[in-house]
Design a protein around this ligand. Structure first.
Ligand code: PHE
Length: 448
């Protein structure tokens, strides 16, 4: 612990840690990605596959990241390097942290542009901008997107620059409880006023014939992204953890809340989608332009619409700060910059790359593909290998003192065998889907 005291600050309370970690996990991926993918990939069949991915792969990796971070209490890169060194292995294992930091940096560049769009649409929907009223054109051209991206990054930098206690903790402990209240309210509103029967059967009626390899791929990708894994975020949040935090139980709470929010988001969105005959497969457009348009036709619509966008903004902001702090802390350790300086410099670099994606067509999609389909799975795979094979079992046992022997063995089995195999398959299928070696098609014809 001496190291941690000399290095990073610590969470002031378990509540603060949980709100920050749940805030990181709960993001646009829950509000939009999960409902959308569920609708596209076989309803509850997808939900079931998703739950298996979370339970067997994502949750054990989430625990692993928190354990690795806390073990050394340094930045993600130093923590992973030190863990390997202490285990008599090469400090080059710091690559686990490097891949993660790089992934977090890239993810934030496009995440911020999308969050900016969400903000713009929020303003437009409450001012009638979609039907030519005030605020029309607020997201036109390239300069408006640039402006919104700039505002969102400025907010993210503002929070992270104030550090763990005055920045992140202060915001998440207010924002996340507010998020849950808004989410519950909107979900009830939507179930009462929308076509809830149709929504429930769309979401939960199993369509197992639709489960193909690409569905499994979608579920695994969604689980990694949604739980903020593979990009050193949870390693970094783990470095602020005290030794008496029970990582198995808090990891369970984080994974459970994240999954619950994803399902509730589906219950919030689809009743309205079906009530207004919108196309459920529309994806992003569905969530952020079709929905606001129909709010205006519903009772109390302006207020509901505004709440919906505040909800999305809170989700996006608490995720973005967790992405920026990864690079900010690593930068602080390596450059000697202070916490504010590091947040500004690295946040500024994220802003610049994000801005480039607005002007260079195709760049954003390539970054997304690289971050989500390569960096995240590779980052997760490396974490599994690090804790499962490189670090001695005893060192890891020390990070799970509350766990029974049985639970510890189960965790270890999952990170040594199940996770590496599952992630490797996902990685290959993901590359195949993009570059087309024909694997997905061959597998689909086998199962179909
Ligand atoms: N989990 C966040 C979401 O669902 C995104 C995210 C990914 C945040 C990785 C941090 C790290 O939107």
């Amino acid at each position: 612990m001496a190291l941690a005291a000399a290095g990073n600050p610590q969470w002031t309370s378990r509540f603060a840690f949980l709100m920050a970690a749940i805030g990181s996990a709960v993001g646009l991926g829950n509000l939009w990605g999960f409902p959308f993918r569920t609708g596209q990939n076989g309803g509850s069949a997808f939900v079931l596959v998703y739950l298996l991915c979370v339970l067997l792969v994502a949750y054990p990796i989430l625990m692993s990241e928190l354990m690795v971070g806390r073990h050394k209490g340094l930045s993600a890169i130093e923590s992973t390097a030190q863990l390997a060194k202490d285990s008599g292995k090469s400090a080059n294992w710091g690559i686990v942290g490097v891949v993660g930091v790089f992934g977090a940096f890239l993810l934030l560049t496009t995440y911020s542009v999308i969050a900016g769009q969400v903000m713009a649409f929020g303003v437009m929907s409450t001012t009638g901008g979609f039907s030519g009223g005030p605020g029309a054109g607020l997201y036109d051209g390239t300069l408006m997107p640039l402006l919104w991206h700039t505002i969102f990054m400025a907010m993210t930098i503002f929070v992270v620059a104030q550090g763990l206690h005055n920045g992140i903790e202060r915001f998440v402990t207010i924002l996340m409880p507010a998020f849950f209240v808004m989410l519950a309210g909107l979900c009830i509103y939507s179930l009462v006023n929308g076509a809830s029967g149709q929504a429930l059967s769309y979401l939960f009626e199993p369509r197992f014939d639709e489960v193909t390899p690409s569905v499994v791929l979608a579920a695994m990708g969604q689980a990694f992204f949604s739980l903020s894994l593979g990009c050193a975020t949870m390693i970094t949040y783990g470095t602020f953890l005290s030794q008496d935090e029970n990582i198995a139980s808090s990891g369970g709470l984080i994974a459970g809340s994240d999954t619950l929010v994803a399902v509730i988001s589906g219950l919030m969105i689809f009743p309205i989608v079906f009530a207004f005959d919108l196309d459920p497969a529309q994806g992003f457009g569905l969530m952020f332009s079709a929905m606001p348009a129909v709010f205006t036709e519903m009772p109390g619509g302006a207020f509901i619409g505004a709440t919906f966008f505040v909800l999305a903004l809170v989700a996006a902001l608490t995720s973005a700060i967790s992405l920026l702090i990864v690079a900010a802390i690593a930068g602080q350790n390596y450059t000697g910059l202070g916490k504010a300086g590091s947040a500004i410099v690295f946040g500024g670099a994220v802003w610049l790359v994000g801005a480039a994606t607005i002007f260079i067509s195709g760049l954003g999609a390539n970054i997304d593909f690289f971050a989500n389909s390569i960096a995240l799975p590779v980052g997760g795979l490396l974490v599994a290998v690090l804790v499962g094979w490189v670090a001695p079992s005893a060192a890891m046992r020390g990070e799970l003192p509350h766990a029974s022997d049985r639970l510890f063995s189960a965790w270890r089995f999952l990170v040594r065998y199940v996770a590496p195999v599952a992630i490797t398959i996902t990685l290959i299928l993901g590359l195949d889907q993009r570059f087309g070696f024909g694997l997905n098609r061959a597998l689909a014809s086998l199962t179909g």
